[in-house]
Design a protein around this ligand. Sequence first.
Ligand code: 5GP
Length: 186
Amino acid sequence: MSLGALYVVSGPSGAGKSTVCKLVREKLGINLSISATSRKPRTGEENGIDYFFLSPQEFEEKIQNGEFLEYANVHGNYYGTLKSEVEERLKKGEKIILEIDVQGGVQIKEKFPTANLIFFKTATKEELEKRLRGRNTDSEEVIQKRLKNSLKELEYEDKYEQVIINNKIEQACEDLISIIEKNGVK
Ligand code: 5GP
């Protein structure tokens, strides 16, 4: 049985993880595992593409059934990685990027010690706030919650093996690609 490789990408909201991961996935043909969440879809988001959108009750049922590899409460909503999104693909030898919060990242490392933990951040906290506001999709209340959470996320940086400072998207993509190419399928 060949085993694939898991790359966990975490860091504060607004650090540009999603944009960079999407570009890198497209370039390298890597699968992003689709997470489940109990948060409501944002405009333009689709079920089964951006997330599996579940009600809190549906999410809790899946927790009870042991369907998650990891899950966490982030900004007041549940988010989790389904075993069905990861286990079979790993057995097939695929590389998978998990774009998840730091609580989930730590859980994955416990279960998969060979997982590569990559932390994304902006150069300064001011830059982070600017980007969160620039997204224009969230209310002030949500932005404040995310900013507070971001400060907590930053405390986990030293649990991560690699840090990418996302000043320029192109450079951040190159950094992530180089990490993935160095830590190939084992
Ligand atoms: P958003 O609501 O902006 O899509 O995501 C909010 C946060 O949830 C981000 O930090 C994102 O990385 C995290 N997240 C997304 N999917 C998962 C998941 O499956 N598990 C965990 N633990 N966090 C997730």
